[in-house]
Design a binder for this molecule. Structure first.
Ligand code: GLU
Length: 283
């Protein structure tokens, strides 16, 4: 396979906790991939979630990465410094009438799903497939809710997005899994009307990551297999926003000695703990 040049990869952690071995593995893969081919490796801090991100975690990311022996280009892009870029992309989607306000609470959504008897599922922990409650509100109903001060998120109207993309093959390549086509089934049945701007934050992981990978000209996105399905959505957003599609490599997720995936929420042993206790890292 021909590599696109120049080669630029990135590691894009969220400072919502300390990094663990799984992060070190992913970052090293991306770094080695670029450096072995004369390319560049970037570090991006994905800190749009001001409620969960902390400076102490961000500081630890830099210290951990040094400890792992990685080097990266400067300046580091911190998403919280670039909100306007995400708002600009959001405006494009809005102008194409692909977004609608959603006033639902998690409870409303759970309730609706329960009534319909469908099994919920998660995409990057962002909640179950949205059952469309607010999709068909009238303009007057939307206005009433907004005037009443009800907080709202912005969701992608997937049916309209699919209509826009209906004559285009949304192809992308995973260097391991081969060529993929993002079909309407994956978009409709797995991703659905996903949130692109949260109630508390005017963007979302999916929108920001697609914008940044474009602006930073990432040629190869190297990240865990847990994001494989999300790439279908990212491919769709690239199409709508007129961005180039990078190559992908979704790697296996590192597991601990009990075969469990390392995860921040499971209190996996952190890199900070390892470096502060004189442990060695061998990747
Ligand atoms: N901030 C995301 C995470 O930590 C990055 C995912 C990605 O590489 O696209 O899960």
């Amino acid at each position: 396979m021909e590599y696109q040049t120049p080669i630029i990869t990135r590691f894009a952690p969220s400072p919502t906790g300390y990094l663990h071995l799984g992060h070190a593995y992913s970052a090293k893969l991306a770094s080695d991939f670029a450096h072995e081919r004369g390319g560049k490796f970037l570090l991006r801090i994905e800190d749009i979630d001001h409620g969960r991100c902390k400076m102490e975690y961000e500081t630890a990311i830099y210290e951990d990465m040094h400890w792992v022996g990685l080097t990266w280009e400067r300046p580091v892009r911190r998403q919280s410094d670039h909100m306007q870029d995400y708002l600009d992309a959001r405006d494009i989607l809005d102008q194409k009438q692909l977004l609608y306000p959603c006033f639902c609470t998690r409870k409303d959504i759970r309730q609706k799903i329960k009534e319909s008897g469908r099994a919920p599922h998660d995409l990057h922990s962002e909640g179950p497939l949205y059952p469309g409650i607010c999709r068909n509100l009238t303009a007057a109903e939307r206005q009433d809710h907004i005037e009443a001060g009800r907080p709202y998120a912005l969701r992608l109207d997937m049916a309209k997005a699919l209509e826009l993309a209906k004559d285009t093959a949304l192809a992308w390549t995973d260097l391991e899994a081969g060529e993929q086509i993002t079909g309407p089934e994956a978009l409709r049945d797995i991703i659905g009307d996903v949130i692109l701007a949260r109630k508390d934050i005017p963007t979302s992981y999916h929108l920001s990551v697609v914008v940044d990978d474009h602006l930073q000209e990432i040629s190869h996105i190297i990240r865990g297999k847990d994001l494989f399905q999300a790439t279908h959505l990212h491919r769709l957003l690239q199409f709508i926003l007129g961005y180039k599609t990078p190559l992908y490599l979704h790697h296996d997720l590192l597991t601990d000695e009990n075969g469990r995936r390392y995860a921040k929420r499971d209190n996996a042993k952190t890199l900070k703990f390892m470096r502060e206790n004189g442990e060695n890292i061998c990747l």
